[in-house]
Design a binder for this molecule. Structure first.
Ligand SMILES: *Cc1c(COP(=O)(O)O)cnc(C)c1O
Length: 413
């Protein structure tokens, strides 16, 4: 094999010490919006660098060493990702531009491969990148069930079982919610689907590298992953597509061309991004447990500061139990507070009200409405996402800014 400079995943290159607090760049205002996106980890950038420079080959060029070296880097990344995620074979990893594309390929690709329209089950609190393809299926004559959740965002397994029908082709439930951080019992859901011969898809954009995940052991047939949610580059993701076994997973391509990615997703692979994605998942997995414990500490410290000062006025969204939520996620709603004024008064603190995707629109978050929040309470909500590079100073800063902004509206509280 030709020499591969900057090989991203060589064992000795990743054996470096503990989570590196200086591994992500920092701005002047604390960044507390890690569900929207994360900074590129410098160790990931380092792995990508050769492929942004001298190693510019096309991984599909089979006639010279430039192509071979690019291909070797992609093959290695694919192997490593299959291994890290618990997929049986490297070719089960299909590279995409991100979780949006992966979700579309999973849902619309499965529908396109089906002989006739059927039934799909999803949940009201899913990301728009799942809900919108499902709604597109509804326009094409498919039946779509959007299951409700309880006041903490929990899906009832009994409701799910009741919704499954003889013509249900797909169930899509996200592994971790990007707004309220709740985790779904995806292995249990997959088991119920498989008992009826139904394919299970999970949007794991917020879950990979944050909670334990094993697509094989947990029976996750189709799994969407995004690079930029785990300190990797933007513009890359993957869809894990199970091969063999039952129920059979059959997808039709949504993008046609040179037949890349087993014909499922044509287009020249972005080698630097693919290499970066593998390195990012590798680091996130290796540091997952220690980082999760650290983030829970920061999250709980901020909650404590807010609750102590604003008790009765501040509400915790999502479940309280640590096993049921993302470590770095805090979603809080403020009673009797105007959401738009609250955001304006935060003085640039980098948090969001709902998801990044919905915060451009003035509408309240569909996730918070699904919990039963009034539109006003949904708007008076802050989603805080702690991540690498955050520390206790950021908790203190955020608490001060949030308390000041709330007090501007409700006095001493
Ligand atoms: C960010 C996100 C997406 C979209 O991912 P992109 O890679 O930005 O397309 C989809 N689902 C969830 C849960 C997300 O958090």
């Amino acid at each position: 094999m030709a020499e591969r400079p900057g090989t991203p995943l060589a064992a000795d290159a990743v054996d470096d010490a503990d989570p590196a607090p200086d591994s992500v760049p920092r701005g002047s205002v604390p960044y507390l919006d890690h569900h929207a996106t994360t900074p590129l980890d410098e160790r990931v950038l380092e792995a990508m660098a050769p492929y942004l420079g001298a190693e510019f080959g096309n991984a599909a060029s089979t006639t010279h060493a430039y192509g071979w070296r690019a291909e070797a880097a992609v093959d290695l990344a694919r192997e490593q990702l299959a291994d890290l995620l618990g997929a049986a074979e490297p070719r089960e990893i299909v590279f995409t531009s991100g979780a949006t594309e992966s979700n579309n390929l999973a849902i619309l690709g499965l529908a396109d491969a089906a002989a006739e329209p059927g039934h799909v089950v999803t949940v009201a609190t899913e990301h728009p990148a799942v809900l919108d393809p499902c709604r597109e299926l509804a326009r094409r004559g498919w039946e779509v069930t959007e299951l409700p959740v309880d006041y903490e965002g929990r899906l009832s397994l009994a409701d799910l079982e009741e919704a499954l029908r003889a013509d249900t082709r797909l169930v899509s439930v996200m592994a971790a919610n990007n707004e309220i951080g709740i985790l779904a019992p995806i292995a249990e859901i997959a088991e119920r689907c498989h008992a009826r011969g139904i394919v299970f898809h999970t949007d794991a954009a917020q879950a990979v590298g944050k909670i334990p995940l094993d697509v094989g052991a947990q029976g996750l047939d189709l799994v969407s992953v995004s690079g930029h949610k785990l300190y990797g580059p933007k513009g890359v993701g993957l869809l894990r597509v199970r091969r063999g076994g039952s129920p059979r997973v059959k997808l039709a391509p949504r993008q046609f061309g040179g037949g890349h990615e087993g014909g499922l997703r044509s287009g020249t692979l972005p080698v630097p991004l693919v290499v970066g994605l593998a390195r990012a998942v590798e680091i996130a997995e290796r540091e997952r447990e220690a980082e999760a414990a650290r983030l829970v500490g920061l999250r709980d410290a901020l909650w404590h500061a807010l609750e102590t000062e604003l008790s009765g006025r501040v509400r915790w969204n999502g479940p309280r139990a640590a096993e049921e939520r993302l470590p770095g996620n805090l979603s809080v709603s403020f009673e009797g507070v105007d959401g738009e004024r609250l955001l304006a008064d935060l003085g640039g603190l980098a948090v969001s009200s709902g998801s990044a995707c919905s915060s451009a629109k003035p509408e309240p978050s569909h996730v918070l409405l699904a919990l039963g929040h009034s539109p006003a309470l949904a708007k008076a909500t802050l989603r805080i996402g702690f991540g690498r590079g955050n520390g206790p100073d950021d908790v203190a800063y955020a608490a001060e800014r949030i308390l000041a902004a709330v007090r501007r509206q409700v006095g001493g509280a």
